[in-house]
Design a protein around this ligand. Structure first.
Ligand code: PMP
Length: 418
């Protein structure tokens, strides 16, 4: 994006800061600088209001009711499904299953599709960038069925080694799991290319989109993946709600993994028959208010514009990268040219946890630790990093506050002299 367009985009996005009431609250007497968006994003008024309005005006259980409120509530819930479809550009709303979040979406695929399709000797290929939630469910499954996990290694700049990845794929590969954007390093994986290679080997592909959907336009049809998972709370929506996209022809042949109300067609003590998709995968009363909040959150980012958000966050990322790299004693982990707004770093002589605590006294909220990516930390030979992760409301001034707080921490520890 050229400078004049960025100059137009930046105020457009930054005008939105006032939409997030929590950003106005002081923390420890200081203005909050919230840089922990990879863990969860803050919520705009429209999302908070939508949930409040739902409970005040529309609350009723969905799908089974004959009364007006129940039908109204059902309409709102299904409108949320259509909204998620539009976010991901899925071909049809039936391809969207509501889950508690990314973690539950991946567990659904492992337990339903995985149990039915993986057998002893089969292989699951993952990348070295994966979050624990795209590792552990596959490990549990592989242990049960006698399949194996193969891992595509990560290069020094934090990218998947594509040659090594290609070499891992073969006739035994049944599933490939790829994180779209690494939560620990910010690397954006070439998911369309990786999916094409996996398909050539005859494997299905699950993309973990937890860190992607809020930061750039996602198109599951263009990626070509079979499954795509994300969490509402990382896209300005509520916690406890998220979604799985699954290609219709695959989903309709999958068996339910949780039984109960709402997922059946008929029940007798001898046998039950199951509802069509996606209801087959939504047993029990779902998080209706969560879906309403998620709907409002997606409508919000669509209104701001995902291209504008991506351009703005990229500007802050580039600025933050320059600033951090100019600070003596600071080393960025993850320096790919293809990155979303995540700055992971280590500071010589200061443990990431100490750093996080000191920054907190300055009102700067970051995350410190292994970021649920322990194998990746092992790859880099570090226990963890400090991580600043961006959202649409972050500014260059937030980066300045981070740098000032880092200088203070270095002073306190007597480190950082050039
Ligand atoms: N994958 C990635 C890349 C993530 O960043 C996260 C959350 N940190 C998850 C999966 C898990 O998301 P959730 O806890 O919302 O299920």
């Amino acid at each position: 994006m050229n400078v004049s367009t960025l100059a137009e985009v930046t105020p457009l996005v930054l005008d939105r800061r006032a939409d997030f009431p929590i950003l106005a609250r002081p923390i420890k007497g200081k203005q909050l600088v919230y840089l922990d968006n990879g863990a969860t994003t803050q919520k705009p008024n429209v999302v908070i209001r939508a949930i409040l309005d739902y409970y005040e005006q529309s609350n009723a259980n969905i799908h089974r009711g004959v009364h007006w409120l129940s039908q109204h509530s059902t309409d709102l819930y299904e409108q949320g499904r259509e909204r998620v479809r539009s976010l991901l550009n899925a071909a049809r709303p039936e391809e969207i299953v509501f889950t508690r979040g990314t973690t539950e979406a991946i567990n659904l695929v492992a337990n339903s599709w995985g149990r039915a399709n993986l057998k002893a000797g089969d292989e699951v290929v993952l990348t070295g960038l994966e979050h624990h939630s795209n590792i552990v469910p596959w490990q549990m499954l592989c242990e049960q069925v006698g399949a194996h996990i193969k891992v595509a290694p990560v290069t020094d700049c934090g990218e998947v080694d594509l040659d090594a990845y290609r070499a891992l794929l073969g006739p035994r590969t049944k599933l490939v799991g790829i994180v779209h954007v690494s939560n620990a390093l910010g690397t954006i994986n070439p998911v369309a290319e990786m999916t094409r290679l996996a398909h050539e080997a005859g494997a299905l592909v699950l993309v973990d989109g937890a860190q992607a959907v809020a930061h750039a336009r996602v198109d599951v049809q263009a990626i070509g993946c079979d499954f795509y998972a994300f969490s509402g709370h990382k896209i300005y929506g509520p916690t406890g709600i998220g979604a799985l996209y699954a290609r219709y022809d695959i989903l309709k042949n999958m068996s339910p993994w949780q039984g109960g109300g709402d997922m059946i067609y008929t029940v007798s003590f001898e046998r039950s028959t199951y509802a069509d998709v996606p209801q087959r995968f939504e047993a029990g009363t779902p998080d209706i208010a969560g879906v309403i909040g998620l709907d409002a959150a997606i409508a919000y980012v669509q209104e701001v514009g995902l291209d504008a958000i991506a351009a703005h966050e990229h500007d802050v990322l580039v600025y933050g990268t320059e600033q951090l790299q100019s600070l003596p004693g600071v080393r960025l982990i993850g320096t790919s040219d293809h990155k979303a707004g995540i700055l992971s770093f280590v500071v010589e002589g200061i443990h990431p946890h100490d750093l996080g605590t000191i920054l907190d006294t300055e009102g700067v909220a970051i995350r410190a630790g292994h970021h649920c990516a322990m194998p990746l930390m092992t790859r880099f030979g570090i226990p963890g990093t400090a991580r600043a992760s961006l959202a649409l409301y972050n500014t260059r001034q937030d980066i300045d506050a981070l740098i000032a707080a880092l200088r203070k921490a270095q002073k306190l520890f007597g480190t950082g002299q050039a």
